[in-house]
Design a protein around this ligand. Structure first.
Ligand code: NAD
Length: 506
């Protein structure tokens, strides 16, 4: 492809992505100890624009020596960074916030080019990432401990929070701006130093954020570090004695691997995994609210969200169920599929041709097992070969992957329930428990649902209960391995160790 868009900044050697010009794709560099450094070990893979297949950059696959040098830089920087008073660490975050705010449009455009999602969606993701910086900026308050004067005669007791040390974050492809920013601000605010391993499928926005941090010298060298790579880099982080804690977001399978290996290696871990989110439609749902919520949840970002609604549970009698389904199917059929950079497009391409092929194979398998198509979105891939339109599957077998597993594409599977109680049973039978939503005009039904449903995030007349940085974010069951969620005060608990001091001074 000729419209390759990775121009290389002469100082950093890292990609600063522009609007084309045909430069050959360059190999990205790691950011270690405040310098952009070439990766020594391993091969490189191509990072492509999903909308047209253009190669944007070559992503080097770091080996253990590359990872270890980043961990060493973080380790060396940590004692001095811990000594920086929390209000001054907060001020660094104010600067980071202002810097990213000034580059919102550019960062959003980069997310679209590298991951594929629509510009509006990308803008939202960058905004939510910036909100995590805002939330972490309250660190002088958030780090406060507890005390009790006179726990016994002449004896005082206090609990203080201290940083864990060096923390790593391993992040997925689907939110390349927001998810690294779930972790970096809170980790460094707590006095830790940080190593990011972004998704090898779309690392360019992380590169640009680190580039901005580097140019403005937001942090002392070594406080934040970036390593590119895939499994070997992750395994090196898991094996490194220099890493104290790991934040992970990705598929359920990888989450289980990360959490079990981290535990075996004596590391603290939070591993947020995959999802199969159900959206329940009651017969009294407001039609417009319901259809807008369901469409954006099922087909926004082409279903590539951990919050994507991929199961539609229609409650009521046959006539009521049929009415809701017709409305959703008709509206979904009108969604425009194409390049996320086109403002008229609703459904972006999948992240890669391989992802489209995998999801189409899942659709075929469901059809072979007796499922029917209420809406067929198979459109031969479009310009870059990665497009798949909104697809609605009906009559799928209850044990088929279309019902039980995350397909991570624009595929909505229909289930039916005669009552709300049966709907809750169906939803709770999933091994996942990330997010869910109910559409209803009844406060009583909404309350019964939110009380009984097993999920970490619940939307009431809201399709996608998006992460809000001041609240903990994660699912339940197989959607997380670990106890502490991302963001909110859970982030402070994860990134600090508690110490209880008992004193007598008489
Ligand atoms: P993924 O699990 O394939 O990859 C995530 C990260 O793990 C990447 O950095 C990758 O390099 C690394 N990795 C993958 N397989 C590995 C292995 N075998 N050994 C070591 N490292 C490995 O996930 P993805 O496809 O990039 O992202 C999509 C998934 O993430 C979906 O399942 C989605 O639901 C989930 N997700 C969850 C949340 C949440 O909050 N729970 C948020 C976003 C995405």
């Amino acid at each position: 492809m000729s419209d390759t868009a990775a121009a290389v900044d002469s100082k950093t050697g890292s990609a600063v992505v522009t609007d084309g010009g045909g430069e050959p794709a360059e190999t990205l560099r790691n950011y270690v100890g405040g310098e952009w450094v070439a990766v020594e070990g391993g091969d490189a893979i191509e990072d492509r624009n999903p909308a047209n297949g253009a190669v944007l950059a070559r992503v080097p696959l770091s080996g253990s020596a590359d990872v270890e040098s980043a961990v060493r830089a973080a380790r060396e920087a940590q004692p001095a960074w811990r000594d920086v008073p929390p209000p001054r660490r907060a001020r660094a975050l104010f600067e980071l916030r202002a810097l990213l705010d000034a580059h919102r449009d550019e960062l959003a455009a980069l997310v679209t080019r590298d991951m594929g999602k629509t510009t509006a969606d990308a803008f939202g993701e960058v905004g939510r990432g910036i909100e995590s910086i805002e939330a972490a900026s309250a660190i002088p308050h958030l780090l406060k401990g507890e005390n009790l004067e006179g726990i016994a005669a002449g004896l005082d007791i206090e609990m203080v929070r201290q940083p864990v040390g060096v923390v790593a974050a391993i992040t997925p492809f689907n939110f390349p701006a927001m998810i690294p920013l779930w972790f970096l601000p809170f980790a460094v605010a707590c006095g830790n130093t940080f190593v990011l391993k972004p998704s090898e499928q779309d690392p360019l926005v992380s590169v640009r954020i680190f580039d901005l941090i580097d140019r403005e010298k937001i942090f002392p060298p070594g406080v934040v570090n970036l390593v590119h790579g895939a499994h070997d880099a992750v395994n090196a982080l898991l094996a490194s004695d220099g890493v104290d804690a790991i934040s992970f977001v990705g598929s359920a399978r990888t989450a289980r691997y990360i959490s079990s290996t981290a535990a075996a290696n004596g590391k603290r871990a939070q591993a947020l995994g995959g999802a199969k989110n159900a959206m329940v439609v009651m017969p009294d749902a407001d039609p417009a609210l319901m259809s807008n919520g369901i469409l954006s949840s099922a087909f926004g970002a082409a279903g590539q969200r951990c919050l994507a609604g991929s199961l539609l549970v229609l409650v009521g009698d046959e006539v009521q169920q049929g009415r809701s389904l017709r409305r959703i199917t008709e509206a979904a059929g009108k969604l425009k599929v194409g390049d996320g950079a086109d403002p008229a497009v609703d459904v972006c391409p999948l992240v890669s041709v391989a992802a489209r092929e995998r999801i189409e194979a899942e659709i075929e398998a469901a059809l072979e097992e007796g499922a029917t198509l209420a809406l067929d979105g198979r459109i031969d891939g479009g310009a870059g070969g990665a497009e798949l339109g909104p697809t609605i599957l009906d009559d799928a077998r209850p044990d088929s992957p279309a019902v039980t597993e995350e397909l991570f594409g624009p595929v909505l599977t229909v289930l039916r329930a005669e009552s709300l109680e049966r709907a809750i049973e169906l939803v709770n039978s999933s091994r996942y428990g990330n997010a869910t939503a109910i559409f209803t005009s009844s406060g009583g039904a909404a309350r019964t649902y939110r009380y009984g449903v097993e999920a970490g995030m619940v939307g009431v007349n809201v399709g996608v209960p998006a992460p809000v940085a001041w609240f903990p974010f994660s699912g339940w069951k197989d959607s997380i391995d670990g106890d502490l969620h991302a963001n909110g005060t859970d982030a402070i608990d994860f990134y600090t160790r508690k110490k209880v001091v008992t004193s007598r001074w008489e």
